[in-house]
Design a binder for this molecule. Sequence first.
Ligand code: AHR
Length: 491
Amino acid sequence: IFAQNKITAHTDKAETTINRDIYGHFAEHLGRCIYDGFYVGEGSSIENVRGFRVDIIDALREMQIPLLRWPGGCFADTYNWKDGIGPKSERPSIVNVHWGGVTEDNSFGTHEFLDFCELIGADAYINLNVGSGSVREAKEWVEYVTSANKSPMTEWRKQNGREEPWKVKYWGIGNENWGCGGNMTPEYYADLYRNYATYCHGADYKIAGGANVADYNWTEVLMKKLERYKHIVDGLSLHYYVHPGGWGNKGSARDFDEAEYHLTMQKTYYMEELINNHSAIMDKYDPKKQIDMIVDEWGAWYDCEPGTNPGFLYQQNTLRDAILAGIHLNIFNNHADRIKMANIAQMVNVIQSVILTREDKMLLTPTYYIFKMYSVHQDATLVPLDVETEMYTVDGKEIPALNASASVKDGKLNMTVCNLNPNQEEEIEYAFDGDYKNATGMIVTGDKLQSLNDFDQPEEVSLKEFKVGKPKNGKIKLKIPAKSVVLITLD
Ligand code: AHR
């Protein structure tokens, strides 16, 4: 039978690099992401290096984490970086007003963050405080971290034990300044951005706080007011979270039926529409694509696990989330000409995490395995695909059953494909240019959409080998199982 689905890879049209920072992560001072997450302190009985969990360091290195954003999120616009510097016993405690009103003892600050980035082999992205900070504080923070010259800030850094400046790849000028970052109008924020960006010498790559979901007016105003200031703006961010039930009752992370799954997938595909629409506005003011799109918060955000602190945003993670992550990353890859960075929220124990911990136990979520599988795309060259796909229909609503992206690197053609349909295997005729002779595969799937890894069963969903036939005459027949994400490597 001739396959209903056809994917054609145009290796001859491969030209855009997929920036590895599309595979970035995010750690905010929120719930158990940092404290009681990857940072347990030197006195902990859990094995650690300078307070950082060894099992987490190993897992992140294995996943090839390229980039970490910090300290927020909403927390960033309340944060005074000077509280987190110097001897820990002298650092002041503050109230974390956005996230549960808990005490923040500032034992994790700039030195700890940059030390951790070095340990996991990731580049750093620091988000400055615009909402409640000042231009001077931001300027001094950048100087403290990046300057090799003599100044009160660099002398202070040296006193605190760091002789050489660090390299910080990205700096964010505020976060969600339309909301928790100051409830500003786009006009007011754009002016503030210009003011901050002028004085943050040493911040080589600066990101303007972008729109919430479909707030196209925010993008329009920012682009218009920054059009003549491209020398001080490198990226514009976009935030979009999937919550199947809406903001109020987001829905359960683990108890859902097929209709809710389908709705989650519809909302996942919406990311593509958002990117297209925001890009069209950016193209108007920046046809040469000098300003990058930075999706620095994305993921599936559900109601928190029953019995946990509602301010901590702890949720479980199922096969549904693995598929959702696979689609998002395919979409980002396919828009690699404009999107240069993305950060899933958040790395450990918060929203759509790749790692969950309970005391000394740690588990890797289904989403972790997607990041590990997709690491082949990091810094590879995007291969445009034509995808002819069957539809997956529930209650009369149709969405594409298949979603894919591909890239070439080191003579290998890698395609990642998601089959969203939980009820049906999809047969695909996969055609490509190039003389590839061998095919191998990897898969993330599970018994049901609700399959997850728990502390007593940590490997229910993981990355497994997937058997494929041999390519012949530039073609291969694939059978992609229901509810799965598959990597096909040709060499
Ligand atoms: O990731 C959780 C929160 O979501 C962030 O602090 C904020 O930027 C967004 O609203």
